[in-house]
Design a protein. Structure first.
Length: 65
């Protein structure tokens, strides 16, 4: 398994921990930053992967989401 596949799997696993009221999987902003740091990638890449897998980013540290 390459690094990108490991990153996607880690995002999916982390997002499985919660759902919003509509039943959509969620990933908190702080979790996204932690994963970006752990996998040495840009936070924007985490966002792209979340979009591809219909995962909502919540509890934005900047108040955007």
């Amino acid at each position: 398994m390459d690094g990108k596949e490991q990153l996607v799997e880690a995002i999916l696993e982390t997002a499985n921990g919660g759902q919003d009221p509509d039943g959509k999987k969620i990933l908190t902003c702080s979790e996204a930053f932690e994963l970006a740091k752990k996998f040495e990638t840009e936070v924007a890449e985490i966002g792209r992967i979340c979009n591809q897998h219909d995962i909502k980013i919540c509890k934005c540290q900047l108040g955007f989401f």
